[in-house]
Design a protein around this ligand. Structure first.
Ligand code: GRF
Length: 183
């Protein structure tokens, strides 16, 4: 069984869904870069080990990532799922885990990369919104697309209603794709 680490910076609802949906992989570790990430609480409740490594405790990105890699090795991690991890990955992580890192993004990439993707889509007036699981490369949400799921926006639907629907889709799509990739 492949050992998975999830990286998060905030709430961690996708992290929880990835843990609950595990079949062909085992989530053994949560890595966060924020001491107050709610994902840490979820990890404790689910009995998953977690490590918090704030970037500001390190002199640069390379040293931060070297510390992360040494923890990943300690836990024998095979594969990484980014889930709301608000940090671009650098050479150290990408070389060490080449073709073994995926991310989920709340838009139909290549449209609306980066922060506040749902708000960007609503402001652009699109009628179809969606979610993308993709491979991670050096860019911001630029890696090769693995799978997407879309839905039509209802007239007058608020951003928070849309966000809820995006999350519902993410929580099904992400574990599904991980189970397929890691079987
Ligand atoms: C998700 O919408 C994900 O697509 C994006 O960040 C959000 C994280 O939410 N990359 P959560 O922390 O998993 O609840």
């Amino acid at each position: 069984m492949k050992k998975l680490a999830v990286f998060a910076s905030g709430s961690g609802s996708n992290f929880e869904a990835i843990v609950k949906g595990q079949k062909n992989y085992e989530v053994v570790l949560l890595i966060v870069d924020k001491l107050d990430a709610y994902a840490l609480v979820r990890a404790r409740k689910m009995g998953i080990e977690s490590v918090a490594l704030p970037a500001k405790d390190f002199v640069n990105k390379q040293e931060h990532e070297e510390a992360i890699v040494s923890i990943l090795k300690e836990y024998d991690i095979d594969f990484i799922a980014l889930a709301g991890y608000m940090r671009l990955l650098g050479e150290t992580l990408l070389n060490e885990y080449s073709s073994k890192i995926v991310n989920i993004h709340p838009s139909l990439l290549p449209n609306f990369k980066g922060k506040e993707a749902i708000k960007q889509a609503v402001e652009a007036g699109v009628d179809t919104i969606g979610v993308t699981v993709h491979w991670v490369d050096f860019g911001m949400d630029t890696g090769e697309i693995i799978e997407q799921k879309s839905f039509l926006v209802n007239k007058g639907e608020s951003i928070s209603d849309i966000e809820n629907r995006v999350h519902e889709i993410e929580h099904i799509l992400y574990p599904k794709v991980l189970n397929e990739l890691l079987k």
